[in-house]
Design a protein around this ligand. Structure first.
Ligand SMILES: NC(=O)C1=CN([C@@H]2O[C@H](COP(=O)(O)OP(=O)(O)OC[C@H]3O[C@@H](n4cnc5c(N)ncnc54)[C@H](OP(=O)(O)O)[C@@H]3O)[C@@H](O)[C@H]2O)C=CC1
Ligand SMILES: CC(=O)N[C@@H](CCC(=O)OP(=O)(O)O)C(=O)O
Length: 338
């Protein structure tokens, strides 16, 4: 399959370019940035020297000749662009008959009201929201396999949903909201210049209290209320979530362990039992590490991922594998697809 990546100079786009270029069944057919981009014409390896000799393709502006090229040559279009940009770009690629994998949040929620409230813009393609399959690879493979538009799951939701769906689906959780405290590394905020997320400016600090856009995303796909508070941490990459779950009266530790067995055969999920996951355990890898400890009715679940390699790019690659009828998971050797 020929894959093109829009937004390939950004953190998730560059990571995806590396995964696609080393995939045995995918060809990286083109990498694109905006028409105004200061990076157009540069090789991806000029921005990311570790790609020298692996990806020397030039970043091209997404202009009319680029669109013609994509119409003729691409099978899969990956949008590694900001939410509003993805919403505006997706329809033309869908009309060309391409399969679109959108890494933004532009198609993850269900209504224009949600977008106005949580994203701060009115959705210009609300009819596409019902068509998009939610790209949470371990849980929604059937829908992803058939969909023309995949809304790849968010980074914080990927860590939260993999850790919580087994418990909620098994009926073990009381009606209280689940409390999720999450910390993300700075790459979660993207590569564009922004003083608040400049590395020397960052202090460990909460943000988005009560209104972060991942709250409705997690609640929607978990089917349970959550109180989600993200924090920005002063490290480059990775997400760690500490999650407080009020279990129903009398739920035993055996029931909790049994509930997680639904993930036991998933190659990219590592169930750590009572061991405590860490950022170091997952950085530069595509795993979700999940650990838990229980006292009475309270369960503390911990979930760690690399925001770019299990969130964003890695999850998009899993969705493309599913679309091709291949096993979803992949193995990394030295940062490349094995
Ligand atoms: N970073 C992360 O951990 C995660 C990110 N995501 C999502 O993935 C998407 C990309 O995030 P991230 O990689 O961090 O973002 P970056 O800011 O690092 O990269 C954005 C990319 O989009 C390009 N771009 C901007 N405007 C346009 C346009 N109009 N047309 C084409 N290309 C454009 C930029 O290049 P230029 O401006 O030079 O044109 C750049 O290549 C976002 O929606 C984000 O929410 C999802 C999960 C995790
Ligand atoms: C640290 C940081 O700023 N993180 C981003 C979330 C990462 C991301 O890009 O969000 P999606 O998964 O929805 O695309 C934020 O809170 O907005």
């Amino acid at each position: 399959m020929n894959v093109i990546i829009v937004g390939a100079s950004g953190y998730s786009g560059a990571e995806l370019a590396r995964l696609v270029a080393s995939h045995p069944k995918l060809i990286l057919a083109g990498i694109f940035v905006s028409e105004q981009s200061l990076d157009q014409g540069k090789a991806l390896s000029d921005l990311y020297p570790q790609y020298t000799g692996l990806i020397d393709l030039p970043l091209q502006p997404l202009n009319s000749s680029a669109l013609q090229f994509i119409a003729q040559h691409a099978d899969y279009v990956c949008l590694c662009t900001e939410h509003k940009v993805s919403v505006d770009l997706a329809p033309q690629f869908l009309e060309m008959g391409k399969r679109v994998f959108d890494l933004s949040g532009g198609f993850r929620l269900s209504s224009d009201e949600d977008y106005q409230r949580y994203y701060g813009f009115s959705h210009s393609q609300p009819e596409l929201l019902a068509q998009a399959a939610y790209g949470l690879a371990e849980w929604n493979a059937h829908a992803i396999a058939k969909a023309q538009l995949v809304a790849v799951a968010g980074c914080y939701p990927t860590a939260a949903l993999n850790a919580l769906k087994p418990l909620v689906n098994a009926g073990l959780v009381s009606d209280f909201p689940i409390i999720i405290n999450a910390v993300s590394g700075v790459s979660g905020a993207g590569r564009k210049a922004n003083i608040a997320t400049g590395f020397c400016e960052v202090s460990l600090k909460a943000y988005g209290l009560f209104n972060h856009r991942h709250s409705p995303e997690i609640a929607r796909y978990l089917n349970h209320d959550v109180l989600f508070t993200p924090h920005l941490g002063n490290f480059p990459r990775g997400i760690l979530e500490t999650i407080y779950v009020h279990l129903k009266e009398g739920v035993s530790s055996e029931q909790v362990t049994d509930a997680y067995q639904c993930l036991a055969q998933e190659p990219l999920i590592r169930l750590l039992g009572d061991k405590i996951p860490s950022i170091n355990g997952v950085v530069n890898q595509a795993f979700v590490d999940i650990g838990w400890q229980q006292q009475g009715n309270m369960l503390i679940v911990m979930s760690a991922i690399d925001n770019l390699l299990k969130g964003a790019a890695g999850q998009a690659l899993q969705c493309m594998n599913i679309a091709m009828g291949l096993p979803a998971h992949f193995t990394l050797v030295g940062g490349q697809h094995d």
